[in-house]
Design a binder for this molecule. Structure first.
Ligand SMILES: *[C@@H]1O[C@H](CO)[C@@H](O)[C@H](O)[C@H]1NC(C)=O
Length: 370
């Protein structure tokens, strides 16, 4: 057992008597099977009770089929390990609901390789810094979805291209602010054509399904002239094709971009003023996340996933330790059948899971393209 596991167990033993789960089934939409699945983690002591039943509901719900009996049996073992993990996550993160998700037949390593894709751990130090903004008049709640600046939730599939979705999401919002038009932009253009490297760190070039960085992608977009529409350059989820960028079909262009300071009020002020922000996050709790405000007692700050910050809310939940704490609203790129219709909520105020450590903002040219 490694040190972290030991520490986790120690903490769990301390917490298990003190923590009262506030999670109820009505917090989340779902059918009877979902309810059953949730009881796996919120109910009794043995998460493996009825594991077989949960596995068959899981296979049915997410259309899973395995080529061989061997593969099936292996995936069932992984699934059982993930039931135990979901149960642990539930204890460490009692305000969120954790349970069976479409990623429940993947090991943490497979999950990281296939569904994340943030290349490196810190922001380039040479990047332009966002000016400090006033923070006294910030609204208590804010959500860019209510202002028409956010496109539908997309799905990166089994490809480490999260960085390209975070980038398009930010530019879609900036373009909306600059032109009044919401246009869905092409991730595939970034996956195929953007190989920009960060000069500060070897091996940190944007690399399609093998990861990338949002600030590199802004740099590419600035130099290339812009991004095409989603429908003109649709997502394939592979990085084996050639670059098919057509300069005559540019739909949105970058004017400039900058990194935002780690201060949470500055992050909120930049969000409200400039539109949705690209951020990095540690995604370990996201593999089992079903809904609610995630606020784990322990979460690494090693960033491995790029997502889009679209808003924040004031205290919308109560819990012993983080009572009355506000939260961030995050758009993810794992389809609408993950999390809260594709979204994740994480508590604000503690840089939980590194959510404040890599934030960048982009401004779009106000040119309307037809
Ligand atoms: C970035 O671009 C926007 C829009 O063109 C402009 O208003 C703003 O001043 C620029 N910011 C910087 C720091 O250059």
């Amino acid at each position: 057992m490694d040190r972290l596991t030991l520490f986790t167990l120690f903490l769990l033993s301390l917490l298990s008597s003190a923590v009262v789960s506030t999670v109820t089934a009505k917090d989340v939409n779902g059918g009877e099977d979902d309810l059953l699945i949730r009881q796996v983690v919120s109910g009794g002591d043995d998460p493996l009770l009825n594991a077989e039943h949960h596995f068959s509901s899981f296979k049915q719900k997410f259309g899973k089929a395995y080529a061989t009996q061997e593969e099936h049996d292996y995936r069932f073992d992984v699934f059982k390990a993930n039931l135990r993990r979901a149960k642990r996550h539930q204890k460490l993160d009692p305000n969120a609901v954790h349970g069976v998700t479409k990623f429940s037949d993947l090991t943490p390593g497979e999950f990281r390789r296939k569904f994340l894709g943030l290349k490196r751990l810190r922001l380039p130090t040479d990047a332009q810094k966002a000016p400090i903004l006033p923070t006294n008049d910030l609204p208590t709640d804010f959500d860019w979805r209510d202002h028409g600046a956010v496109t539908e939730v997309k799905n990166q599939g089994s490809c480490g291209s999260c960085w390209s979705f975070s980038t398009t999401g930010a530019l879609e919002g900036a373009h909306f602010l600059a032109t009044g038009e919401l246009v869905s932009l092409s991730e595939q253009q970034l996956v195929d054509c953007d190989h920009v490297c960060d000069p500060e760190e070897a091996g940190s070039c944007d690399a399609g399904c093998n990861g990338g960085l949002m600030t590199n992608a802004y740099e590419y977009t600035l130099k290339a002239g812009g991004l095409q529409r989603e429908e003109d350059y649709p997502y394939t989820g592979t990085d084996r094709g050639p670059c098919k960028f057509d300069k005559t079909k540019i739909a949105a262009s970058v004017s400039n971009f900058s990194v935002v300071s780690l201060d949470e009020d500055q992050i909120a002020a930049n969000l409200v003023k400039n539109g949705p922000l690209s951020i990095g996050i540690n995604a370990v709790f996201m593999q089992t996340y079903i809904g609610g405000v995630s606020c784990p007692y322990i979460c690494g700050r090693h960033l491995d996933h790029g997502v889009l910050l679209v808003g924040y809310g004031a205290a919308g939940y109560s819990q012993i330790r983080f009572k009355e704490k506000p939260y961030w609203i995050i758009k993810n790129s794992w389809g609408q059948n993950w999390g809260e219709d594709g979204y994740y909520k994480i508590c604000r105020g503690h840089n939980v899971c590194g959510v404040d450590s890599m934030v960048s903002t982009v401004a779009a040219l106000s040119t309307k393209h037809t």
